[in-house]
Structures are given as C-alpha cells and as structure tokens.
Design a protein around this ligand. Structure first.
Ligand SMILES: NC(=O)c1ccc[n+]([C@@H]2O[C@H](COP(=O)([O-])OP(=O)(O)OC[C@H]3O[C@@H](n4cnc5c(N)ncnc54)[C@H](O)[C@@H]3O)[C@@H](O)[C@H]2O)c1
Length: 258
C-alpha cells in the first residue's frame, strides 16, 4: 500500500509500536518522512521490529523506548529520553492497548483495573505528559490520536471492561479536544472494527466466530492492520487541521448495519 501524507520533519510518538496496528502505522509514518519514537513494553519485539524498519527506512530517525505506559516512572523516563533528542513532539499516537475475553459474571477487579489502566488511564496520563512538556508551552500545538474501538460505540459480549475503557477513550478525547484547542492541539480518535492482530488471537482461532463476523460485516471481511493506517495518518496530517474531538470509525460498515 502507498501512503502519501506530508509528514517530513515531524516527530511522532507511537505507543504499542512493536507489532499489530502500531507497527503498521509506524511504517506509514516513515513512508511519509516522519521521525518516529517507537514505544512498547515488549522490549525484545520492539527492537526486532525497529531494526527491520531501520534497514528499510534509512532516511528517517527511528528511536525505541521500552516503557510500560501504565507506570509513572516509565512515562517520566520516556519524556526525558525524547527531550534528549528534540524539543518538539508534533504527534502522539496513543495506540497501546490490550483486549479481554471474560464473561462479565466472572470478571475480577484485578482484570478490570488492568484493562482500564492500560487502555484508558495510561492514554490520559501520557497525553498529559507529552502535551504538558512539548505541546502546551508557547502554544506550540500538536495532534493527539487515541486508539479507541468499535467496542467504544457498540456493546461487545465478554468484553465489558474493554468496551468501557474504549467508551472512556472516546469521551476523554472530546474533553481534551475542547480544553486544549486553545493551545493549537487537536485530539481525535480512531475506532477500528475487528482487526487481524494478536490482540484478538483467541477469536481468530475460532472458525465459527470468524465466519459469523465475515457474514455480519457488509464488507464480509475483518480489517487488516493496514486498513487502519490511512485514517490515522489523515488525523496526523495537516489535512485534518480543523478536525477536532471526533472519531473516525474504520469498521467496513459493521456499526451502521443491523
Ligand atoms: N485488533 C483489534 O481487533 C482492535 C480493534 C479495535 C481497536 N484496537 C485497538 O488498537 C490498538 C492496538 O491493538 P493491536 O490490535 O495492534 O494489538 P497488539 O496486541 O497486536 O499490539 C498491542 C501492542 O501494545 C503493546 N502494549 C500493551 N500494553 C502496553 C503497555 N502497558 N505499555 C506499552 N506497550 C503496551 C503490546 O506489547 C503490543 O505490542 C489497541 O489500543 C486496541 O485496543 C484493536
């Protein structure tokens, strides 16, 4: 796929960049000339993915920072590491997340907190840290893109913590958009439908589930990570300068059909 957005010279932070959607978005950013700070808590996978990208995209600066974005000290360290190489972050892509597959009657406080912590709370505190350090001073501005989900719009059986966290991401996005526009920061989210990544490995292994989803979706297929790249790059690019506080739904029409 060819991605042609103008992002040369932009510094972009992508969380969950070691694999799945985050890695594909990173490729799209690099193809458009951006320098990328790849963040993930899986250091081994992160370094492997980054070294492949460094071989392919020799013109770009590609940095890796192993961080668990739910940990305050890791977020503080991430800001410190980025600040060693630049004083501007133009785009933050809050992509890291986890799924869950639990019948709600069996849900535990521990699992609920883990999912909400990674999917929602860490998106907020990383936005606060990056905006507070790089974007708000002197109203430098920037773009924040939060990865939400179809689960933030529709109910998903056996994923109540996940849906709640993603619904929270959508509301957080609107509130920050309303609050930070005066600093020239836009905040938007992307809501993918089901995407073929390790996050839904359990579902993908279930032929019945895949068959039902293919039938149910007007496009009769699940998404691939590359389906999410264009809409995300649009929100990262100057083409979306007046787009603020909204979500781009990328679900092949799943949520609009009965
Ligand atoms: N796959 C789907 O069907 C789907 C659908 C809608 C939304 N999404 C969202 O897209 C985003 C990316 O998901 P994916 O499908 O690529 O999943 P994935 O599991 O392939 O990738 C997620 C990445 O995030 C990293 N990560 C998880 N927790 C982290 C933490 N605390 N700190 C740092 N890194 C962490 C993982 O190591 C992994 O590399 C998530 O926010 C997910 O909720 C996925």
């Amino acid at each position: 796929m060819d991605y042609t957005f103008r992002l040369s010279g932009k510094n972009v932070v992508v969380t969950g960049a070691a694999g799945g959607i985050g890695l594909e978005i990173t490729k799209g950013l690099l193809q458009n000339g951006a320098d990328v700070y790849m963040v993930d808590y899986n250091g081994e996978a992160l370094e492997k993915s980054a070294s492949e990208l460094k071989n392919e995209y020799k013109e770009n600066n590609i940095y890796t920072v192993t961080s668990d974005i739910t940990k305050k000290e890791d977020v503080e360290n991430l800001i410190k590491v980025i600040a060693e190489t630049t004083n501007s972050v133009d785009v933050l892509i809050n992509n890291a997340g986890v799924g869950c597959n639990v019948f709600s009657v069996k849900e535990t406080l521990e699992n609920w907190s883990r999912v909400v912590d990674i999917n929602l709370t860490s998106q907020f505190f990383l936005s606060q840290a990056i905006a507070g350090y790089f974007m708000i001073p002197e109203k430098k501005g920037g773009k924040i893109i939060n990865m939400a989900s179809l689960g933030g719009i529709m109910g998903i059986p056996n994923a109540v913590a996940y849906s709640a966290s993603k619904g929270g991401v959508m509301q957080m996005t609107k509130s920050l958009a309303a609050e930070w526009a005066r600093f020239n920061i836009t905040v938007n989210c992307v809501c993918p439908g089901f995407v073929e990544t390790p996050l839904i490995a359990e579902n993908l292994a279930n032929e019945k589930w895949v068959g039902y989803m293919n039938l149910r979706n007007p496009m009769h297929r699940l998404a691939k990570p590359e389906d999410i790249v264009g809409p995300t790059l649009f929100l990262a690019s100057e083409y979306s300068n007046y787009v603020n506080g909204t979500s781009v739904v990328v679900d092949g029409g799943y949520s609009c059909s009965g």
